[in-house]
Design a protein. Structure first.
Length: 62
């Protein structure tokens, strides 16, 4: 078996799991401030939009 290839059973499990789960970009997570945002936004910015803007302003002022 080569790295990155799936066996027949593994491929079926992968298809079953991906068909029934929400893509990570659409999953909702909670920011430190309590606001609910997409997981993708938290990964990209480290916080919700409001917190990210506040952090940028504080960083710029310092």
């Amino acid at each position: 078996m080569k790295f990155g290839t799936l066996s027949a059973g593994g491929l079926e499990r992968f298809r079953k799991n991906t068909a029934t789960t929400t893509p990570i970009s659409l999953r909702r997570k909670q920011c430190a401030c309590g606001k609910i945002v997409t997981a993708k936004q938290l990964v990209q910015h480290g916080a919700c939009g409001t917190c990210a803007q506040q952090q940028a302003k504080a960083k710029k002022a310092a």
